[in-house]
Design a protein around this ligand. Structure first.
Ligand code: ATP
Length: 300
């Protein structure tokens, strides 16, 4: 096999509840991930060493050295297999970088699936999930896709059945936000307010809305504990969220650690109209309609 292509989706968190800061510096989370139809593509070709090139939207913001998550994933897989392997990885980016949509994690998951195939390792998904968990909290979900609850740091996943397809609009913002900075701002704001932080808990009404495919109920139960912190760091996002609500979004939240804004639409036509309105009015520079849930990293 000389070349393998994998397609891997972005995610939005339909619930992101952040518990108290732990001694190890992480937070316990209840994180409901939902994979949506904005895809990065990872191509792996036979080579002597592991390298990466990045093309497409946002490519100038992605490192191509050993800090690239796709390279780290390929290296971790080779180490797991106990051999020295090479692969030239080409990432075609469509997922916003540092946008709260797990773009780097998607590329890591894509590289795991692509190299597993290219190198003929035939490792089962459980093995890839284990390697993925060591690479980052969001990487296992990028492999799995669909809709899932993540607990612990977010990496312990349980798949959730959903009762239909949901339609979304995503408005990426210029200049990303660092996930670590958003968590730090969240901790700072909590300390300042002095309010005791409760243990995160799954929202039963949200589960029911997902299970029955009730888009109106889902819209009213979307929640993100990082949103206040993201808005504090990027106050301009509040106007984008408001504009989406004014144009009929059933729910408007910051995606993960932001700054991408996510809007839940009634259906596919409403999503297209909403995306058009957000850009036409200047509330967002770009806005992309997408749907979920979609499959995780797959060979194409
Ligand atoms: P999350 O939603 O998982 O918190 P994010 O979507 O906000 O993450 P990423 O797009 O994953 O953020 O990028 C975070 C940082 O990781 C970027 O600033 C970038 O420098 C680095 N990075 C390393 N590898 C990649 C990659 N393959 N694609 C995108 N970013 C990468």
């Amino acid at each position: 096999m000389s070349s393998v292509t994998v397609r891997v989706p972005a995610k939005v968190n339909v619930q992101l509840s952040v518990g108290p800061l732990r001694e190890d510096g992480y937070h316990d989370l209840v994180n409901v991930f939902h994979a949506v139809s904005i895809f990065d593509e990872v191509v792996a070709k036979e080579s002597e060493s592991i390298t990466v090139q990045v093309t497409g939207d946002w490519s100038d913001q992605v490192p191509t050295d050993g800090s690239n998550l796709a390279i780290r994933a390929a290296q971790a897989l080779a180490k797991h297999a106990g051999r020295t392997y090479g692969a030239d990885l080409v990432i075609k980016k469509a997922i916003p970088v540092a946008g709260g949509m797990a773009g780097g994690s998607a590329d890591a998951a894509g590289a795991l699936v692509a190299c597993n195939e290219l190198w003929g390792l035939g490792l089962p998904l459980e093995d890839l999930m284990e390697i993925a968990g060591d690479l980052g909290s969001d990487v296992p979900f990028s492999l799995m896709g669909g809709t899932a609850v993540g607990t612990g740091r977010g990496e312990q996943l349980c798949e959730l059945p959903t009762g239909g397809t949901f339609h979304w609009v995503f408005a990426p913002a210029d200049g990303g936000l660092s996930t670590a900075n958003v968590y730090a701002e969240c901790d700072r704001l909590r300390e300042e307010s002095g309010v005791e932080v409760s243990w995160p808990k799954l929202n039963d009404s949200l589960m029911e809305a997902l299970g029955t495919g009730d888009v109106y109920a889902l819209g009213s139960h979307l929640s993100n504990d990082l949103q206040v912190a993201a808005l504090n760091l990027r106050p301009d996002l509040a106007a984008t969220l408001d504009a989406g609500r004014q144009h009929g979004a059933l729910g408007a939240i910051v995606s993960g650690s932001g700054p991408t804004c996510a809007f839940l639409a009634i259906d596919a036509t409403h999503a297209r109209d909403l995306a058009g309105s957000l850009t036409a009015t200047g509330a967002a520079r770009t806005a992309v309609a997408a749907h979920g849930p979609v499959q995780g990293a797959i060979l194409v």
